[in-house]
Design a protein around this ligand. Structure first.
Ligand SMILES: *[C@@H]1O[C@H](CO)[C@@H](O)[C@H](O)[C@H]1NC(C)=O
Ligand SMILES: *[C@@H]1O[C@H](CO)[C@@H](O)[C@H](O)[C@H]1NC(C)=O
Ligand SMILES: *[C@@H]1O[C@H](CO)[C@@H](O)[C@H](O)[C@H]1NC(C)=O
Ligand SMILES: *[C@@H]1O[C@H](CO)[C@@H](O)[C@H](O)[C@H]1NC(C)=O
Ligand SMILES: *[C@@H]1O[C@H](CO)[C@@H](O)[C@H](O)[C@H]1NC(C)=O
Length: 368
């Protein structure tokens, strides 16, 4: 009601105002004539201004055309063109070298990621293999995706339509300024077709709170380690090559391989788990819903957990150091999360889209 009232009043005020301005109330004929003269003068002046402005614009336009034709001729032979800051030439460079642009070219859309990681907690390294299924939106020879601090070993691109069809790769390289990895092909990919890219890579589990990193805690006066992820906003690219911008939503299947002394967690529950002869565990997690890369998470740790179930059946698990769970430090976090989740589900009338919610408490009880 408040709003309606206000708009009514405003409307009223506006029309009154209009009336004041528009309805000319000539008191004498003389005044009437001066108003007319002024109007005519104003009209004439505005037309004159328009003509002058147009003339200037035309002249400038000719100048600009001359200018740009000169710069184009100057710039084109120099295809590297990194010294040129001219708008026109920059556009040309972006078309021929799309990795120089700070955003990914929107020519390819990822649909699904198959990610396998072997995590070596003894020397803090991991090796990975990612298979990305993507659709080509605009014909292009370039595959540009994010990768940072990853040591790319092998790259292969396949067409889904031809089973045998590996596409010939012209070259592939890291372009560090934009944290991208670039693969250029001999032939263009065709719009609306689906392709797959397989990349194998290696990297360090850094001692820094970004990407896939390690953290430690003391238990029974022994130092223990865990490795967890922090991908928001743009650190997924430090853990695997991906289209690391929120608009590129896709589904993910994660497989984690690690020493059986540890356990692993990810967004989804474990679908299958197997033991290698060398005592390593292979955990295969269910496929996630379509989501942005920064929602993906996993952890390799030696934690115990405590769980609660919300009214709608979502299991909330808090993984934490065994001593923290025993002393009840997790209770508060769990109860708060349960209440928040219930609240949001009622408030937004949407169900939490995953069957479980995992909280991993680490580094002096900051939870992630
Ligand atoms: C720009 O080009 C020059 C030579 O052409 C090269 O030495 C320099 O490294 C280039 N700079 C960048 C940022 O590519
Ligand atoms: C880390 O250890 C694994 C085996 O445990 C080995 O394959 C890998 O090469 C090691 N990485 C480094 C950088 O030493
Ligand atoms: C690409 O990777 C996927 C998933 O790891 C695998 O199933 C497929 O065989 C690989 N393709 C080739 C040609 O290596
Ligand atoms: C890319 O494809 C989309 C959809 O087919 C089209 O709307 C867009 O104009 C294309 N962009 C370019 C630069 O060709
Ligand atoms: C994991 O925790 C158990 C029990 O606290 C301990 O026996 C084991 O050594 C731990 N493993 C690692 C790798 O820290």
């Amino acid at each position: 009601m408040g709003i309606e009232d206000l708009s009514m009043r405003n409307g009223g005020a506006v029309s009154d105002h209009w009336a004041d301005n528009v309805v000319v109330r000539p008191r004498t004929t003389e005044e009437h004539i001066t108003v007319h003269k002024r109007l005519v003068l104003a009209f004439a002046i505005s037309i004159l201004t328009l003509i002058v402005v147009t003339a200037i614009a035309v002249m400038l336009g000719v100048r600009f055309e001359k200018c740009s034709s000169v710069t184009e001729r100057d710039v084109v032979p120099d295809s590297g063109g990194n010294q040129s800051r001219d708008g026109n030439s920059e556009h040309k460079v972006e078309e021929s070298e799309p990795w120089r642009h700070s955003r990914l070219p929107a020519t390819l859309h990822p649909r699904h990621y198959d990610l396998q990681l072997s995590v070596h907690m003894d020397n803090y390294t991991f090796s990975g293999k990612v298979s990305i299924e993507f659709q080509c939106i605009n014909a292009t020879k370039f595959i540009v995706l994010h990768a940072d601090r990853l040591d790319v070993k092998k790259v292969a691109v396949y067409s889904d339509s031809k089973k045998t069809g590996a596409l010939r790769i012209h070259r592939h390289f890291h372009y560090a300024p934009n944290q991208v990895y670039v693969i250029t092909l001999h032939r263009e990919m065709k719009p609306l077709r689906t392709y797959k890219i397989n990349i194998t890579f290696e990297a360090q589990i850094e001692n820094e709170l970004l990407g896939f990193f390690r953290s430690s805690y003391i238990l029974h006066s022994e130092k223990r380690y865990l490795a967890v992820t922090q991908f928001s906003p743009t650190h997924a690219r430090k853990a695997f090559p991906c289209f690391d911008e929120p608009i590129y939503k896709a589904t993910f299947v994660v497989r984690l391989r690690h020493d059986a002394l540890y356990q692993s967690l990810s967004n989804m529950p474990i679908e299958a788990s197997s033991l290698d002869e060398d005592g390593w565990v292979n955990n295969h997690f269910f496929r996630t819903p379509r989501m942005s890369t920064y929602y993906l998470a996993w952890a390799i740790c030696n934690f115990t957990y405590q769980e609660v179930i919300t009214d709608s059946g979502v299991v909330i698990r808090l993984y934490a150091r065994p001593d923290a769970i025993q002393s009840g430090s997790g209770d508060y976090a769990l109860q708060i999360t349960k209440r928040l989740l219930n609240f949001y589900q009622h408030y937004f009338k949407v169900k939490y889209s995953l069957p479980k919610l995992v909280l991993v408490a680490h580094i002096s009880r900051k939870s992630s």
